[in-house]
Ligand binder design. Structure first.
Ligand SMILES: CC(C)(COP(=O)(O)OP(=O)(O)OC[C@H]1O[C@@H](n2cnc3c(N)ncnc32)[C@H](O)[C@@H]1OP(=O)(O)O)[C@@H](O)C(=O)NCCC(=O)NCCS
Length: 201
């Protein structure tokens, strides 16, 4: 009988972003996206450019799964800044209250999620994903998925995401479905409103 080795989850933030960690992120990406690396949007220099952009934001974190000391996959994201371009590429405008960003704990953008082939269908991707989210303070999480990958989209729907419309973030990027999942009730609803004191300041 074969057993699946236990996966240890490690969380890294910007302070932990060494050259070694960058290399591990790149190596796993190169393996998982091996059949797309000839597409300029998915090649390694472009991945590194995106990684550079994503890690230039405060609050970036990755959860990496390891089995027997070897990386098996990861999920990373950063909070959307107040003046984000995330919603600018929506093909149909969303109501302002959906796209307003505070730059605080409003929205986590999940930029990458991948597991190596032998770790697919083992629940590892979901565990990595939930581990990342469990340590985050944001009210909601958003990610993009290619509509040409309907099974991945269905998977995300099973994980609690909702499709809120298509977007094309860059002219040479694919058109993506934008997925959104609520992580907790809005701060206003969570925090009991203090009663009016009647004093002025
Ligand atoms: C997405 C991912 C993390 C999910 O892992 P998982 O929970 O173990 O789920 P699976 O790998 O079984 O994927 C679910 C289904 O989506 C399909 N799928 C996964 N990645 C796909 C891709 N890049 N393109 C097309 N279909 C894909 C799988 O074949 C599977 O369908 P099946 O059940 O008919 O075989 C993993 O499939 C992965 O690393 N994929 C490559 C990277 C990727 O596409 N990341 C998502 C970016 S939004």
């Amino acid at each position: 009988m074969t057993t699946t080795p236990a996966v240890e989850m490690r969380r890294y933030g910007l302070d932990d972003l060494t050259d070694d960690l960058r290399q591990t992120l790149t190596d796993v990406y190169a393996e998982v996206y091996a059949d797309r690396l000839s597409d300029p949007f998915f090649d390694i220099p472009r991945f590194l450019d995106r990684l550079e952009g994503h890690t230039s934001r405060p609050g970036w974190e990755v959860v990496m799964g390891y089995a027997d000391g070897e990386p098996v996959g990861y999920a990373y994201g950063s909070p959307l800044p107040e003046r984000t371009r995330w919603w600018a590429g929506m093909l149909k405008l969303l109501p302002e209250e959906m796209t307003d960003e505070t730059g605080g704990t409003r929205t986590l953008a999940l930029f990458e999620l991948m597991v190596r082939q032998s770790w697919r269908k083992t629940g590892t991707a979901h565990r990595i994903h939930e581990e990342l989210l469990s340590g985050r303070p944001e009210e909601r999480v958003t990610l993009l998925v290619e509509p040409t990958h309907p099974k991945v989209k269905t998977l995300y729907e099973a994980w609690g995401y909702e499709d809120i419309g298509d977007q094309q973030p860059f002219p040479d990027a694919p058109v993506y479905a934008t997925m959104l999942r609520q992580l907790r009730q809005l701060r206003q609803l969570r925090t009991a409103q203090p009663h009016a004191s009647g004093t002025t300041s």
